[in-house]
Write a protein that binds this ligand. Sequence first.
Ligand code: UDP
Length: 328
Amino acid sequence: MKKVLITGAAGFLGSHLCDRFIKEGFHVVGMDNLITGDLKNIEHLFGLSQFEFYHHDVTKFVHVPGKLDYILHFASPASPIDYLKIPIQTLKVGALGTHNLLGLAMEKGSRILIASTSEIYGDPLVHPQTEDYYGNVNTIGPRGVYDEAKRFQESITMAYHRFHGLDTRIVRIFNTYGPRMRLNDGRVIPAFMGQALRGEDLTVFGDGSQTRSFCYVDDEVEGIYRLLMSDYTDPVNIGNPHEITIKQFAEEIIKLTGTDQKIIYKPLPQDDPMQRRPDISRAKEILGWEPVVGREEGMKRTFDYFKTLSKEELVKTEHRNFKDRNRK
Ligand code: UDP
């Protein structure tokens, strides 16, 4: 049985990847420090002999007994409000965590796939974003902690690939959504859906003319799986190129949720990218991949998930244990 280590296993994307690799017949080792992840996302896997879980922070030395065929490094805060609240951990998991996992891959002879992001393009001056674009990042801005950690992550991964001949893959993930997103993670989809469920007005930042392109989680996981199994070692954008302004998106959510909420406008956060859309020519050509779930269907599935949350979970809360977390 092939064995895979997935870091960030209790997070949104990590937990869906665990499901996918279990389905493919792998032995899955999940690892998470549970700072932003939630065991609820993987509790259905705990009874399986194919699954084991380590509560561990990958910025500390990582050890997994036995062989490891593949490593997927998905541990990281992934929402702008998380990087503002836990900036040092965000930098550490992208830098020190990646270094530890590359070392583990060397030791075990594993192929390693690193989760990078559209954020490495910053507030892009090239549109749509191709993998050849170097990006436009404010290194000292509040989002810089995530962007630069991920840029360093790509650099050190390529250095291990070139210098040590390590078998590496780099996926650049664009805004992905679906069930198991954290309702209070501050990102636009859980924010709008939570507001609709609580009967609050939808908060659009800025004038809402900024754009994003949202990819349903099943499509994202399929692209990641294909990239891991390919022999392609340069970065690949995996995202949905269907672009929409945030204002139009808020209107779509109001329609989908059947509520009569209004849109209210709040200041645009610093360095909020004005446009984002992946050019997925490379993924199409190399992986034969493109997204198949449309926004209407994907949003419906996501809203159905949020509707199953309890009243307490719906209450707008600050992050649990936020104070404890800051002291770590
Ligand atoms: N946004 C918004 N209202 C919210 C949350 C986010 O208008 O309540 C905007 C945000 O300013 C950004 C876009 O939605 O332009 C996507 O934000 P998100 O935090 O989901 O992710 P990003 O793509 O910025 O990393």
